[in-house]
Design a protein around this ligand. Structure first.
Ligand SMILES: Cc1ncc(COP(=O)(O)O)c(C=O)c1O
Length: 497
């Protein structure tokens, strides 16, 4: 080999840009062959436009039931409190409510949504590091369980309950580090002894009823041991609570359970993880057996609350998108541009969402070319998948991006493009559950002051949302009225003795 000093390039270390993470080529073949639950994709797009979110109601119900059933065991009262932030399309939440889910909320907006959907306050678990005072007052008065996040909030809830002349139903959220890391932004730090201090404060407070000990240990947690460690600490906390004269009734282990979705290899277990069928069972076995062993700490029949998000909603929603352009970047890969971007699919950062060409016609599964699939936004970083192998993709083809039910709707944004319609496939056929946005929806809250308005500008003049426009009637809550309603636990699923 001839060495030429002029060819020599000194080695250098470069930080890979965010977009370079999708380094695993040819992970799948796009094909119509895999599409079983999207019968009329092209017709749907013709009728409701492209892109289009499609929720399959039966799949949503099935996934919820499979999850709930995995954690339903004799001797434990299990409540699945769906984590509303994961997907707060009202039709999705309403479906899960019909299935018997309670509601887990993390803000005033979500609390108001849950109540508007018909949830009784007693069926709501209120979490999160910021709970607005008004929302806390409402939650305490309406007998929601408030999972307290820290000492400031503990004092606030106690004071609210004292003012209202009630005892607040509370849980204490706990955090801990596992192998040096943890979600320590939240809750009372177990490692620092704060959980014990908080329990002691609750024991000395006449306005607080301790119902639960709570932890949410992460998201898409593939390592069961994390839950084992969490439960161990929750049970230890319950033992301390008992020693102080408190009577916790159960534990809330949060969410974090994985879905069937394809997590990017860099976030997966070494060698990959298989998540199909009954893959929640091992989590359930571990959690339920630990709680049963400690049943005497919870009055003999413990309550188990779970707050799944992605586990129950991820797989039932797909996004249909149309190829709008095709380019040859080099000999290796072809680029296609589709009409749905990362503003609708923020989860492409950590998921390799399965991608399927659903247009009728070419059925070949042969790997013709490697494709980079870009979204429509005027940004190089708007890329849905890199290096997917496909027989052929052409302009006009409809592609399906799978498992987009978690955190896509709720984290989507109107950046450059408006957001598409969503239909639900029901027994009665497709029903539009969210209409397509128009540019007017995006700018509905804006106003151009008189001195800035061009004479030709007809919009942004009068706006109902600005001071002086018709206001929403204020929500009046009679905090003192506390009708006796059934406890949410009466709706929990009981199995066996
Ligand atoms: C307190 C709490 N519960 C439940 C969830 C739902 O998590 P996941 O979607 O991972 O199940 C979250 C999400 O971060 C959360 O913060």
């Amino acid at each position: 080999m001839r060495h030429d000093s002029r060819d020599y390039e000194p080695p250098r270390i470069e930080k890979l840009p965010f977009v370079a993470y999708g380094k695993h080529a040819d992970r799948e073949v796009l094909s119509t062959a895999d599409v079983t639950d999207m019968p009329d994709a092209e017709t749907l797009v013709e009728e409701f436009g492209s892109p289009l979110f499609v929720v399959t109601e039966s799949r949503l119900r099935d996934d919820f039931r499979r999850f709930r059933d995995a954690f339903t065991v004799p001797g434990i009262d299990t409540t699945v409190a769906y984590s509303i932030k994961t997907n707060y399309l009202p039709a999705v939440c309403a479906t899960l409510k019909q299935e018997g889910a309670a509601a887990e909320v993390v803000s005033e907006m979500e609390y108001d949504l849950a109540r508007a959907l018909g949830y009784d306050g007693r069926e709501i678990i209120f979490n999160g590091p910021h709970k607005a005072r008004r929302a806390l007052e409402r939650a305490v008065a309406e007998r929601a369980v408030v999972n307290i996040d820290g000492f400031d909030e503990l004092n606030k809830v106690s004071q609210i309950a004292a003012t209202l002349g009630v005892r607040a139903r509370v849980g204490l959220r706990m955090s801990f580090k596992y192998r040096g890391v943890g979600w320590t932004k939240f809750g009372f730090n177990h490692d620092a002894g704060d959980l014990h201090l908080a329990l002691e404060q609750v024991a000395n407070d006449d306005h607080l009823d301790l119902e639960l000990l709570h932890n949410h240990c992460g998201t898409f947690v593939l390592n069961h041991d994390l839950y084992t460690q969490a439960i161990r600490r929750l049970i230890e906390g319950a033992r301390h609570a008992r020693s102080l004269g408190l009577s916790p009734r159960g534990v809330d282990v949060g969410g974090g359970f994985p879905s069937e979705n394809a997590i990017k290899p860099e976030y997966d277990l070494p060698g990959g993880s298989r998540r199909q069928g009954d893959f929640w069972r091992p989590y359930a076995d571990e959690i339920c057996s630990s709680i049963l062993d400690a049943r005497e700490l919870f009055g003999g029949r413990p309550r188990l609350i779970l707050e799944p998000g992605r586990a129950v909603v991820d797989s039932s929603t797909q996004l249909l998108t149309t190829v709008v352009a095709k380019k040859h970047a080099d000999n290796e890969a072809t680029s296609v541009i589709v009409d749905a971007g990362v503003n609708l699919l923020p989860t492409t950062v950590y998921y390799d969402h399965p991608l399927t060409r659903v247009s009728a016609g070419r059925e070949s599964r042969s790997r013709g070319r490697s494709y980079d699939v870009y979204g429509p936004l005027c940004m190089q970083t708007d890329i849905l998948r890199r290096n997917v192998a496909a027989a052929q993709i052409d302009v006009g083809d409809v592609l399906m991006v799978s498992h987009v039910g978690a955190y896509c709707h709720s984290q989507s944004m109107q950046f450059i493009e408006t957001r598409p319609a969503t239909v639900m496939l029901t027994d009665q056929g497709p029903v539009e559950i969210r209409r397509r946005e128009t540019w007017r929806d995006v700018f509905a809250l804006d106003r151009v002051p008189d001195h800035l308005r061009d004479p030709a500008c007809r919009d942004f003049v009068r706006n109902t949302a600005v001071p002086g426009g018709p206001a929403e009637p204020p929500t009046r809550i009679d905090f003192r009225r506390r009708a006796r309603v059934e406890e949410p636990w009466d709706r929990t699923r009981k199995a066996g003795p």
